[in-house]
Design a binder for this molecule. Structure first.
Ligand SMILES: [Zn+2]
Length: 1105
């Protein structure tokens, strides 16, 4: 390889071997210089000690040579061993001894500096050691003396780079003109001394690890110089021989732009434009690929922070909380004063240890805390066990309808249709259109929009040939106007009083008898899809009773009309290569090329008078679950969308649902949801948003379809509108090419499922069951803060007869309690719940068996207010309700308070649920899986010292997940876990497990995306698969029935021809997705220089001797 002197040693062993075999040689060779401590017997120590006290050049060179040989071969372990034996100190002392001389001997100094660079690079404390040895300024002086001597300068520069790993050392060098000296060593493009130039740039970059040095560089105007240097090298290096120089310059720019002032200087010096242009040329050449990533990251970092164009970050909707002044606490108004300019050293400890969150306190894991309320508050919940109170008179009286059951008394949905009919139809869109035809002066609000094409279509009003546009949300067809609402309310009040607390959805016929068939009737007849368990008119009646904060009185078409899963599967979309990069370029261009930028607000939830221009898309979101706050047309076919924050708060944006219309067909429109908050999303891993087209629905294809190309999710340059604490926003971008002109479409994060849909669905179910066989009761758990009722449903089998034996069997059935949708943005949970409900009401043999074995208590929507108002995470109290279970507030978190109270009650009467499961959606993982609770697994995982061998735990918590793994294609056993985390101690699952003693207490998480195993591998889930999961969960309950023989027979009945087992891949437990090909989060740095990179530079400097 190479050598400093004449004697080359070859060595293939370890340093330890050296210690045992070399002492003799060493001693022999350096006998005169032996000053090592008599106790030190190791060969390495001898070498190091000799080095520090070396007298003659030749012995010193020999030692350096031996050390370099030793350290060059093998792994870094040798160097670390040497460091542990004082190697750094020895080299530093030798450096100081040699370098102090008036005429330093470079024959020794050069190899010494080289070795120091290699060793120091692996010694985290090298800076401090160098300061103690007085080697820092000495090295800087050597550099100053050798600025015209490329090899020597390079050697000094590497050492300076290495020493600058310490903030105080870097500052020391900075204070002594180090930055200026080194900056002067970076010339314009040249082909000479590339090694030295590269070393200078790296040393310069290393010095920029401190705030002081960055400030100094910014104030001296070096940023402009660095930008120009980069531009110069980049443009002239046509043969790509100086790539590493360009890369190193980017590294410097990354470092200086850590500070706000640095970023400002970078922008004002045209850095953004230079990078944009150079990157465009980079992309033409594969050789330059390595420069693209750091360039793109730098551009993203430096894009000027742009506040969201909102007057306030607070939600557009506020709700006065009981017992609180009617002012919304703006918790986050303190301006962001935290500096982004902190020194780097301290910044690398952000990762919190996952295991630290595990609950290891055995008391916390085992002891049940006292109930959170007095015992005498529990009997009120007895009303929620109607199956225990019911006398089943009707069983003997056969067909007589049951008085307290609205299900059996209501014969059809006539009352709803009458109500619909009585609604004046003559204000619908096409009437207005006809009036605008007859007189062009008619100031019809939507005339500008509709006339242009319609005139040629020749449709005559009254022909009931409605176009999609007629179903635009503003249209009265989809309105539940105040008048309609009053009628519904009146009818409700007049309804015969039933059992207290029971839900009575039946609406008596209104006074206005109207027999003529309405538009909606004709339409439903003509186009209406036959959607199981969905009745549009019933939906409308339910929606009229739903209380929203803004007072929604318009229905979104898909919720009203209903939808069916599209035929065929929807595969996850493969990510287009470099899509994120491309989108970032488009975003950067907003700053560089403003010619095509429109930047016009076209929709504002808070400004209803706003008229969108005729050539822009129209947006609307004032309907249940809708939450678009603002839309800004950025370019002709590009829109920024801002989501409304959760009510009474200024954050939690992720879920979206809105209407879009006035589109031109076959043109790609880019949509950017610019205030997402999650750090990563399945949108980066094949997931698409969902789209519903009214036109398609009217043509018989009422589907929510996964749509959007160029889907990508990344951190953006927006910041909160007003001084909220350091918040980072993410952009979800996707491109939609609409199929039809002038369609009305809906876009959503996931298949919407409204509160009104639940109410309507429960009613349909109630009507569907045979009351002689299925005991189905819908009751009100409690009223929400906004005044909506939170339904609780009881489903079980009616006893076979009124014989004591049968009634007794019913009253002793174990309970299963299922809850869902505590997080309003997780609409997938509702679809799973829908599957569960339908299955439990069905005539399926297994369902029948389950009803005979259990009493099901379902609370399908724990957070109605959140769902209704288009929230993502919280309730009106701006709290995450799934963190309130420890001590729920009776007034502010009523649904949780009463669900828990009901569970306490069941506990108190000896009917503790056998299974509890809370349905959720998971935004960052694939598949469906369960979280459970296990003391043993938690202690094992945490590495706790508690002796788990003697700890007894019923392993029954694994039965259901194991069964699901066998029968549910979307389910992944490997993704389940049973660890109790401290941060989850107030969730439903943990509280029900700990406080109620429910062994099988779960959270069921369903993906928003799809599966990466089983027969659904590579497919996005639809409502069909989600509902199927709800069915499978029920079926899995057979595994916990007492009558095992019977259940085994039933399990065989479950359709197993999926052959799931063969397809299950055994993916190991992983927390999140593997990183994308492209970084989601830009790192603040270029990738760190690896030790081996420095080594090869140093080595080549020697080779060039
Ligand atoms: Zn959740």
């Amino acid at each position: 390889m190479f050598g400093y002197g004449r004697n080359n040693f070859t060595w293939n062993g370890t340093l330890k071997e050296l210690e045992s075999s070399y002492p003799a040689i060493c001693k022999e060779r350096h006998r005169q210089n032996m000053t090592a401590s008599p106790h030190s017997s190791g060969g390495l120590e001898v070498l190091l000690s000799t080095l520090q006290n070396a007298g003659d050049v030749e012995s010193t060179l020999n030692i350096l040579n031996v050390l370099d040989e030793l350290l060059s071969a093998g792994t870094d372990r040798r160097i670390h061993y040497m460091i542990s034996k004082g190697g750094s100190e020895a080299l530093l002392t030798a450096l100081v001894n040699t370098g102090r001389s008036f005429t330093p001997n470079y024959t020794i100094l050069l190899p010494l500096l080289h070795l120091l660079a290699k060793v120091g690079h692996r010694d985290r404390r090298i800076g401090m050691k160098a300061e103690e040895a007085g080697a820092v300024l000495l090295t800087l002086n050597l550099l100053k003396q050798n600025i015209n001597h490329a090899r020597r300068a390079a050697a000094c520069l590497w050492v300076i780079q290495v020493l600058s790993s310490s903030v105080s050392t870097a500052n020391l060098i900075g204070e002594n003109q180090g930055l200026d000296v080194i900056y002067c060593l970076i010339p314009q493009y040249t082909t000479k001394h590339l090694h030295t130039i590269k070393a200078a740039i790296h040393a310069f970059a290393a010095l920029l690890c401190t705030k002081d040095n960055v400030c100094s560089v910014v104030s001296k105007g070096y940023i402009s110089g660095l930008v120009r240097l980069y531009e110069d090298w980049h443009s002239k290096d046509t043969q790509h021989v100086a790539l590493s120089i360009c890369y190193a310059l980017l590294l410097c720019l990354h470092k200086v732009t850590h500070s706000t002032a640095g970023r400002q200087a970078f922008i004002s010096q045209g850095g953004l434009r230079v990078l944009y242009q150079t990157t465009q040329t980079c992309m033409l050449s594969k050789a330059l690929e390595s420069l693209v990533k750091p360039s793109v990251q730098l551009m993203r970092k430096c894009l000027p922070k742009t506040p969201l164009p909102l007057t306030s970050d607070q939600s557009a909707y506020t709700f006065p909380l009981p017992g609180r002044p009617h002012t919304v606490p703006d918790i986050d108004v303190t301006p962001d004063e935290s500096s982004d300019e902190s020194d780097e050293e301290a910044e690398n400890n952000k990762e919190t240890d996952y295991d630290e969150d595990l609950e290891t306190d055995l008391n916390q894991l085992r002891i049940r805390p006292d109930p959170d309320r007095p015992k005498d508050l529990l009997p009120q919940y007895s009303r929620l066990c109607p199956e225990l109170l019911h006398d089943f008179q009707e069983l003997d009286l056969s067909s007589e309808p049951e008085e307290s059951s609205p299900a059996s008394s209501s014969s059809s949905s006539d009352e709803d249709s009458v109500l619909l009919n009585s609604f004046p139809p003559r204000t619908s869109r096409w009437d207005r259109r006809s009036s605008s035809f007859s007189s062009d002066s008619s100031p019809s609000l939507s005339a500008s929009h509709s006339n242009k094409e319609r005139a040629t279509e020749g449709h005559t009003p009254g022909a009931a040939l409605l176009e999609a546009w007629d179903f635009h949300s503003h249209s009265s067809i989809l309105s539940t106007s105040p008048r309609f609402r009053t009628m519904v309310r009146k009818a409700r009040e007049e309804a015969p009083p039933g059992q207290r607390g029971d839900e009575h959805d039946d609406v008596e016929e209104g006074g206005e008898e109207s027999h003529h068939r309405t538009t909606i009737d004709r339409l439903l007849e003509r186009h209406g899809a036959c959607i199981p368990h969905h009745e549009p008119k019933l939906y409308r009646t339910a929606a009229a009773k739903t209380i929203s904060i803004p007072g929604f009185n318009i229905l979104a078409f898909p919720d009203f009309w209903g939808h069916l899963p599209p035929p065929g599967h929807e595969p996850m979309v493969p990510r287009k290569p470099n899509i994120q990069r491309q989108k970032v370029f488009e975003d950067v261009q907003r700053f560089l090329n403003t010619d095509d930028i429109i930047n016009q607000v076209v929709f504002d939830l808070e400004d209803e008078s706003l008229q969108s221009p005729s050539n822009s898309l129209r947006f609307f979101s004032k309907f249940e679950c809708g939450n678009l706050r603002k839309a800004i047309q950025v370019r002709s076919y590009e829109y920024d969308l801002i989501l409304n924050a959760d009510v009474n708060c200024s954050q939690h944006t992720q879920w979206f649902y809105f209407e879009v219309s006035n589109m031109v067909a076959d043109v790609p429109y880019r949509f950017n949801v610019i205030n997402c908050e999650k750090t990563n999303s399945q949108f980066n891993y094949g997931m698409q948003p969902v789209l519903y087209s009214v036109k398609e629905a009217l043509e018989g294809r009422p589907h929510w379809v996964r749509s959007g190309t160029e889907v990508c999710y990344f951190r953006n340059h927006f910041c909160p509108a007003r001084g909220r604490k350091r918040t980072t926003f993410y952009t979800l971008t996707f491109t939609i090419t609409f199929k039809h002109n002038e369609d009305v479409c809906y876009l959503a994060y996931h298949y919407p499922y409204t509160y009104s849909a639940l109410k309507a669905h429960l009613k349909v179910l109630q009507k569907s069951v045979d009351p002689a066989k299925v005991f189905f009761r819908q009751q009100i758990l409690c009223s929400t803060l906004a005044g909506n009722s939170c339904p609780v449903v009881t489903i079980t089998a009616c006893p076979a007869s009124r014989a004591w034996k049968d009634i007794h069997q019913l009253r002793n059935r174990p309970c299963i309690v299922l809850t869902g949708r505590v997080h309003p943005g997780e609409s997938n949970a509702s679809w799973v719940m829908k599957g569960t409900l339908e299955f439990l009401c069905s005539q399926d043999l297994v369902a029948q068996g389950l009803r005979e074995a259990f009493v099901f208590k379902l609370i399908p929507m724990l957070n109605p207010d959140g769902v209704i108002n288009g929230m993502n995470r919280c309730d009106l109290n701006s709290e995450d309700l799934n963190r309130q279970w420890s001590k729920p507030h009776p007034v502010l978190s009523p649904t949780i308070y009463h669900t828990k109270g009901f569970l306490y009650y069941l506990n108190s009467i000896g009917r503790t649920p056998q299974v509890f499961c809370d349905y959720h959606g998971h935004s960052r993982k694939k598949n469906v899986f369960l979280y459970g609770c296990s003391v043993k697994e938690t202690l094992w995982q945490s590495g706790s010292a508690v002796d788990t061998v003697r700890l007894r735990e019923d392993p029954g918590y694994r039965t259901i997940p194991k069964t699901l793994d066998r029968i549910a294609p979307a389910f992944s056993f490997n993704s389940c876990n049973y660890l109790v985390e401290k941060s989850r101690s107030a969730t439903a699952r943990v509280v029900v497990w700990r406080e109620m003693g429910v062994l099988r207490s779960y959270t069921m998480e369903s993906t928003f995306n799809g599966c990466d195993q089983g027969i659904y591998k590579g497919l996005q889930t639809g409502t069909r698969e989600l509902q199927e999961m709800g069915v499978k969960f029920c079926q899995s309950l057979l595994s916990v029935t007492k009558d095992t023989l019977y259940s085994r027979r039933l399990i065989n009945h479950i359709d197993l021809d999926h052959n799931i087992l063969d397809h299950k891949s055994h993916n190991c437990f992983e927390d999140d997705e593997p990183p994308c090909v492209e970084e989601i989060e830009y790192s603040t740095d270029c990738p760190a220089l690896k030790g081996t990179d420095l080594d090869s530079d140093v080595n080549s400097n020697m080779a060039n001797f």
